[in-house]
Write a protein that binds this ligand. Structure first.
Ligand code: A2H
Length: 253
């Protein structure tokens, strides 16, 4: 963890009932996979959610109705940020492995796709954010490559019991134009740098450097309520809209 606190937006990705056996203890609750993001303005382009297959997650009571699935570490932090039914004390209703989350159907705010699925990503860190990441392959090189891996490697899908229909057809949803990179900046930069997989760390770091700042300074929204406006102008507006409608909360660590 850095010296400065990092503020994330937690996107509430709602698990669509009926719940599978491993979530039966949560019946009757509103259950969300809580994904930590620095780019709330990209939520229009969500195509899926990422979990770490070997990751340990828990279902924690946030208030009387809502349950968040995330790491115990982040649940403890949330409990000190007024996001726990009992202040400063996380209550875990069920322990769940990442493998048990794969294939869950989710409804996520702003996403054009009505239903998106939780899928495996090998590079998720359990000591950052919530251990849950939302996937925007148009604008995130990590997300693009992790999805590309699942799409191009049937054996990888087989290993994690990922059904073909959860990843195919592979459709990137264009949401932001960057003059230098077009409407699918992450895809373009991954192809230009000839990145082989989600594990190609150095090249992915370079791809992120190339796209991250440019998306903010030079990006224009090409979809949604703020279509035609600059990313840097609408980022706080979209963030506040999500917070006000209750589909996201702030989280610092
Ligand atoms: B970002 P920082 Cl479109 N492990 O959200 C790995 N990655 C994680 C994570 C974890 N435990 N928790 C969050 N992240 C990702 C959107 C996005 C993101 C776009 C473009 C770039 C981007 C959609 N995925 O991040 O190390 C989340 O992905 C580029 C850095 O705290 C989160 O924002 O700076 C970002 O990394 C937080 O990374």
């Amino acid at each position: 963890e850095g010296v400065q606190p990092q503020e994330y937006v937690l996107i509430k990705m709602e698990v669509i009932p009926p719940f599978p056996p491993q979530l039966k203890a949560l019946e009757g609750k509103k259950v969300y996979l809580a994904a930590a993001t620095l780019r709330p303005e990209t939520m229009y382009g969500q195509t899926n959610c990422w979990v770490l297959p070997d990751g340990k997650y828990g279902a924690f009571e946030i208030n009387d109705t809502d349950v968040f699935i995330l790491t115990a570490r982040s649940a403890l932090n949330l409990a000190y940020q007024n996001l726990s039914r009992i202040p400063q004390k996380p209550t875990c209703l069920a322990e769940i492995s990442g493998n048990d989350l794969i294939g869950l159907p989710l409804k996520s705010p702003l996403a054009f796709n009505e239903i998106i699925y939780a899928l495996p990503m090998m590079t998720i860190l359990t000591d950052k954010g919530t251990g849950i990441v939302t996937s925007v392959p148009s604008d995130s090189p990590d997300d693009f490559m992790a999805l590309q891996d699942l799409v191009s490697k049937p054996a990888l899908r087989g290993k994690f019991a990922v059904k073909d229909e959860w990843v195919l057809p592979f459709k990137v949803v264009p949401i932001i134009n960057i003059p230098e990179f077009g409407d699918k900046s992450a895809e373009k930069v991954c192809l230009d740098l000839k990145i082989k997989s989600q594990n190609d760390k150095e090249k992915l770091a370079e791809a992120k450097r190339m796209t991250y700042l440019k998306g903010f300074t030079d990006g224009t929204m090409i979809v949604g309520e703020f279509k035609g406006r600059k990313v840097q102008d609408v980022k706080p507006l979209i963030k506040n809209k999500l917070l006000e409608e209750g589909t996201a909360v702030l989280y610092s660590e």
